[in-house]
Structures are given as C-alpha cells and as structure tokens.
Design a binder for this molecule. Structure first.
Ligand SMILES: [Zn+2]
Length: 134
C-alpha cells in the first residue's frame, strides 16, 4: 500500500496517478463545532512559537505545511489529535502512538484536550518537526 502525502489516500501501486481530493476546514468541524476554538488556539500557538505555515484541509485531516507537512490535525468530538515527526523516538506519556515510516524518522501522535496542553514541551517537539528535512 502506498499513501499519498498530499491527500492521505491509500493506493495499491506506488505513486499511482490520481487527482488529490481535498476538503474544506468546515467539513472537519461538522458536528464538532465545539473544537474550533481549541483548533484555532493550536494554530495561533504554532504560528507564534514555531513559525509560519499554510493550512491545507485534505480528506483525512488538516495539514500544517511549510515546505512539507510538519504536523497534521484530526478534529475529534471532544479534543483534537495531532501528529509531528522527529529524528528520534520520543518516550513520553503524552505520546500514545509512534510510527517509524523510515530509518531516521518517527511520527508521534498525541491528543490536545485543553489549551493547557499547549506548552513549552510541545513547542520544542514542533520546532524539531518544522525544521526537519523532508
Ligand atoms: Zn493525493
């Protein structure tokens, strides 16, 4: 299985040609309007503390893109979920899942339930992700 980085869809063949199906931010907040405030706080927090980026809504999630996607966001019913990459495996109770897509790349998943979760520790992780070479 190959997963397109741009639209998150999976295909049987590597680099299979397709037109990336994008989505809108509003689609992600359908029946989850309550999370918009927390999402906006996350966006402001990253812009202020890490750097500027584009927001791209794709079918699976919302991408934060500088020259590549350095963090993805999923809007859940009662919280938001993010991922970010790092060159080494992090061990921390906030991180509930880690994937290793390549030798020197780990992708970590964590949930943000309140604005208190937007702290210094997260800034340091996101900075690493932001400046990773893709
Ligand atoms: Zn695609």
């Amino acid at each position: 299985m190959w997963k397109c980085d741009k639209c998150c869809r999976s295909f049987a063949k590597n680099n299979q040609s397709h037109s990336c199906r994008t989505s809108t931010l509003d689609e992600h907040f359908q029946n989850k309007e309550d999370q918009r405030d927390l999402f906006n706080s996350y966006i402001d927090f990253v812009r202020e503390n890490v750097g500027d980026f584009k927001i791209e809504a794709v079918s699976c999630c919302i991408h934060l893109v500088n020259t590549f996607t350095f963090s993805a966001v999923w809007i859940l019913k009662d919280k938001i979920r993010i991922d970010f990459a790092s060159p080494e495996k992090l061990s921390n109770t906030r991180i509930f899942k880690t994937e290793q897509p390549s030798a020197n790349r780990y992708v970590h998943y964590l949930d943000i339930e309140t604005k208190d979760n937007l702290n210094e520790e997260l800034i340091n992780w996101l900075k690493q992700a932001y400046y990773l070479k893709s």
